[in-house]
Design a protein around this ligand. Structure first.
Ligand SMILES: Cc1cc2nc3c(=O)[nH]c(=O)nc-3n(C[C@H](O)[C@H](O)[C@H](O)COP(=O)(O)OP(=O)(O)OC[C@H]3O[C@@H](n4cnc5c(N)ncnc54)[C@H](O)[C@@H]3O)c2cc1C
Length: 314
C-alpha cells in the first residue's frame, strides 16, 4: 500500500516530513520513514553528527568488539545507500511555523534553499560549551583550540595537548589523541573525574596521559609559538605550555536556529502537534547513541500512525 508519495501541495520544496540533523537520531528516523514509504527530506551539515567524535563505541548492540565512531558512521552511510536515501548537506538557519492556505506548515530556511513540511523532526543534537576565558576565541580562530574531535587535523608540530574536562568526552578524546606521538594532559577542575571508571583506568594506565586535578583555568595566550595557559591550582598561580588545546566541558541543546515560539514550546516541554525533538537535543545527561536511535524510530512510527497519512490513503 502506498501511504503517500508527496504532499498534496505540488511545490517541489514541500515534504510531508523534514528531518533536521543526520546524527543517529535523525538517521534512524529517516530509515523508519522510508520503510513506511512516507516522503521526507533529511538535512544536515555533518553526516553522523557527534558520533564522529567517538574513539571507541563499546556499548552498541550489534558491535560486540566495539567500533570506532567514524567506522560506525560509515555503516550509517552504507545503510542510507542501500535504501537509496539521500541527505541534503546544508546549514539550517531558521525553523519556524507558518500558516499557509489554512494548513499549518513548518518553514525550514537553509543557507542554500528553503523547504516546507507538515511534520518536523528536530534532531540537531548539542553544541559544545565554552570555557569563556580570555584568549579562547582567538585560539579557536587560529585553529589551535578545538571542541570536536572530527575537526582536528594532526600536525607534526603538535607535541603536547591539553584536554580540559573530566567527563567521558574528555577521556575519550585523550585515548583517541594518544595514537599520535603527543604528550597529553587532562586538566580537570575537580578532584574526582566524572567519566566511566573504565575510561579513567585506561587513561591512568597510559604513560603519555597525565591527569592534572583541581586546576581552574584563567587565560590562554600564544607566546613564542606555544600556548601559555595561566591557571590556579590549589590556591597557587600556575603557568603551563602546550601546542594545542581541546575543550570538553559539556554540551548544550542546539536550538539557536529555532524561532522564539518553537523555542518556548521546547523549553516548557509542550508537545506541539507535528513537531518532535529527538535525540541528544532533549535527552539532557542521557546522551547515548541507542537512546537517540530509539527516539528516531519512535517519532517516525508516531508520524506514520498520524491520521494525516491515514486520510490520504482512504
Ligand atoms: C567523544 C564522544 C564519545 C561518545 N561515545 C559514545 C559511546 O561510546 N556510546 C554512545 O552510545 N554514545 C557516545 N557518544 C554520544 C553520541 O555520539 C550521541 O549521543 C549521539 O551522536 C546523539 O545523536 P543525535 O542524532 O541526537 O545528535 P548528533 O549526533 O549531535 O547529530 C546532530 C545532527 O544535527 C546536525 N546539525 C546541527 N545543527 C545544524 C545546523 N544548524 N544545520 C545543519 N545541520 C545541523 C549535525 O550536522 C548532525 O548531523 C559520544 C559522544 C562524544 C562527543
Amino acid at each position: 500500500m502506498l501511504w503517500v508519495s508527496r504532499m498534496s501541495n505540488k511545490n517541489q520544496n514541500h515534504y510531508s516530513v523534514i528531518i533536521v540533523g543526520c546524527g543517529p537520531a535523525g538517521i534512524a528516523c529517516a530509515i523508519q520513514l522510508k520503510r513506511s514509504n512516507i516522503d521526507f527530506k533529511i538535512i544536515c551539515n555533518k553526516f553522523g553528527g557527534i558520533a564522529n567524535n567517538a574513539n571507541e563505541i563499546e556499548n552498541l548492540l550489534g558491535f560486540p568488539d566495539g567500533i570506532s565512531g567514524q567506522s560506525f558512521v560509515s555503516t550509517l552511510k552504507q545503510h542510507f545507500e542501500n535504501l537509496s536515501i539521500q541527505y541534503t548537506k546544508d546549514n539550517i538557519q531558521n525553523v519556524r511555523k507558518v500558516i499557509e492556505n489554512e494548513n499549518d506548515l513548518f518553514h525550514i530556511k537553509c543557507e542554500n534553499g528553503e523547504y516546507y513540511s507538515k511534520f518536523l523532526i528536530i534532531a540537531t543534537g548539542t553544541v559544545p560549551k565554552k570555557l569563556n576565558i580570555p584568549g579562547e576565541s582567538k585560539l579557536w580562530e587560529k585553529k589551535r583550540l578545538n571542541y570536536e574531535m572530527y575537526n582536528f587535523i594532526y600536525q607534526k608540530t603538535i607535541k603536547s595537548i591539553a584536554i580540559v574536562g573530566s567527563g567521558d568526552a574528555a577521556y575519550d578524546y585523550a585515548l583517541n589523541l594518544v595514537k599520535f606521538p603527543v604528550k597529553i594532559e587532562i586538566l580537570q577542575r575537580s578532584e574526582e573525574s566524572k567519566c566511566l571508571p573504565l575510561l579513567q583506568k585506561r587513561a591512568h594506565d597510559n604513560s603519555n596521559i597525565n591527569i592534572i586535578k583541581k586546576i581552574k583555568l584563567h587565560s590562554l595566550i600564544e607566546e613564542n609559538n606555544k600556548i601559555k595557559l595561566k591557571a590556579i591550582r590549589e590556591s597557587k598561580e600556575e603557568t603551563r605550555y602546550y601546542d594545542f588545546i581541546f575543550v570538553a566541558v559539556g554540551r548544550s541543546p542546539n536550538l539557536n536556529f529555532i524561532s522564539r515560539d518553537l523555542h518556548e514550546k521546547y523549553r516548557n516541554s509542550i508537545n506541539l502537534p507535528n513537531i518532535y525533538f529527538i535525540g541528544d537535543i532533549k535527552n539532557k545527561n542521557y546522551r547515548q547513541i541507542s537512546i537517540a536511535m530509539g527516539d528516531g524510530v519512535k517519532s517516525a512510527m508516531k508520524i506514520t500512525r498520524d491520521p494525516f497519512f491515514r486520510k490520504k490513503n482512504e
